[in-house]
Ligand binder design. Structure first.
Ligand code: PHB
Length: 390
């Protein structure tokens, strides 16, 4: 009799525990860690990404996979030496289910290593580092943006077609700049040009004068520059102030003029760049997105906002398939892998390495717009060199 009572008591306790656990699962929020730059030369990029991400979550009533979202934020300062500590704050302290980040390629490489070691789901809403969809590629790492190679390669092709035979490149000396320049060289070579000089300065320095003097003396047919955010504003202005824009066309991946045109003003007019987004696209989703973004933030979205929005769309596709149950990781990943993302840039799918396969547009600066001029390369996939996805 006593034994039976004990069994009954144990059953009741177990039942209560079960109900509590099930209730917690149904009610608890999905914990999203945003690791982005909120200070420094890339600060505006981080904010645009967060705005875009939140906008899509709002469209789903503040949920993903039917569960409410709770955000945890870390300012990574675009500082690679702090990256491991910063992502561990999100993973270990805040116990997030997924990390969304970041902008800077050097920071993202450190993040990807931690994400791999801890099997944390990572969605990269900007940083183009080739390693993370190359040798470091993994089932738990996705990118909603681009590889540094993609816009660089497209610009090289266009520059060569426009008759640039001898080109000088200039960039910050780190993975993004180096890889962007390598992509450019590949495209340029394929269309008959060559790079005669590579100029660099440390990230995030903006002391361009000596380098501009060098360009003036070298007299190339064109210049290819990788800079973004605050640094891009200053470079384009300094290039024009030196009078170089009158004689030597300045080309770049679209980061050189995206989200920066108001500050660059007259100095950027007429510039040609290549990117996976543009103003004036004939994409129905883009028209809705722009209207909603404008309403929410009183601002015109740029490529970074699009990439944030699409990071949320990718996660939503995965989480919907598992009804918000993040423990069903392989089903979640499979759903993200096969999703077609209805992006404002035009719809895209992911490569085997989890990087967007996308059209790269040629754009021209007209007033405050990076106006769509045409498709530079259709459905361009990153070569994903070194990726051996298990
Ligand atoms: C990068 O570090 O990968 C990076 C940063 C800013 C951009 C593009 C790429 O606009």
């Amino acid at each position: 009799m006593k034994q039976r009572r004990n069994v009954l008591a144990a059953t009741l306790v177990a039942g209560a525990l079960f109900i509590t656990a099930a209730g917690a699962q149904a009610q608890s929020k999905i914990r999203i860690g945003l690791m982005l730059p909120y200070t420094g030369t890339y600060a505006a990029l981080g904010t645009a990404i967060e705005n875009g991400f939140r906008l899509y979550v709002q469209e789903l009533g503040g949920t993903l996979g039917g569960r409410e979202i709770e955000y945890f934020k870390v300012d990574d300062e675009s500082e690679p030496s702090k990256a491991v500590d910063n992502i561990n704050k999100l993973i270990k302290r805040d116990n997030v289910d997924v990390v969304v980040g970041t902008v800077h390629s050097g920071v993202v490489m450190a993040m990807a290593k931690v994400a791999k070691d801890t099997n944390t789901l990572l969605v990269i809403p900007n940083a183009g580092a080739e390693a993370v969809t190359g040798p470091m590629c993994a089932p738990n790492i996705f990118r909603s943006s681009f590889s540094n190679w993609q816009p660089g390669f497209a610009m090289g092709k266009v520059a060569g077609e426009r008759g640039a035979k001898k080109v000088v490149t200039i960039t910050w000396k780190y993975a993004a700049g180096d890889e962007s320049v390598e992509g450019f060289k590949e495209g340029l070579k394929a269309s008959g040009g060559e790079v005669v000089k590579d100029l660099t300065l440390p990230f995030p320095n903006v002391e361009f004068q000596a380098l501009l003097t060098d360009i003036a003396a070298t007299k190339p047919d064109a210049v290819y520059a990788f800079f973004a955010g605050g640094g891009a504003v200053k470079f384009v202005k300094d290039y024009a102030a030196a009078g170089l824009n009158k004689t030597i066309p300045l080309y770049g991946p679209g980061f050189l003029t995206d989200g920066t045109l108001e500050a660059q003003g007259a100095s950027a007019q007429g510039m040609l760049t290549t990117l996976h987004y543009a103003d004036g696209l004939d994409v129905a989703k883009d028209k809705l997105f722009r209207a909603d973004y404008n309403k929410a933030y009183k601002a015109t979205p740029d490529v970074y906002a699009v990439q944030g929005y699409d990071a949320a769309q990718m996660l939503a596709a995965g989480l919907a398939a598992v009804k918000g149950d993040v423990s069903k990781r392989s089903e979640l990943v499979a759903a993200m892998e096969k999703a077609r993302i209805d992006s404002p840039r035009g719809s895209f799918t992911l490569s085997k390495a989890h990087n967007p396969v996308q059209d790269i547009y040629l754009r021209k600066v007209v007033g405050s717009e990076n106006r769509f001029e045409g498709v530079a390369v259709k459905e361009l996939a990153d070569p994903a060199r070194g990726c051996n996805m298990k």
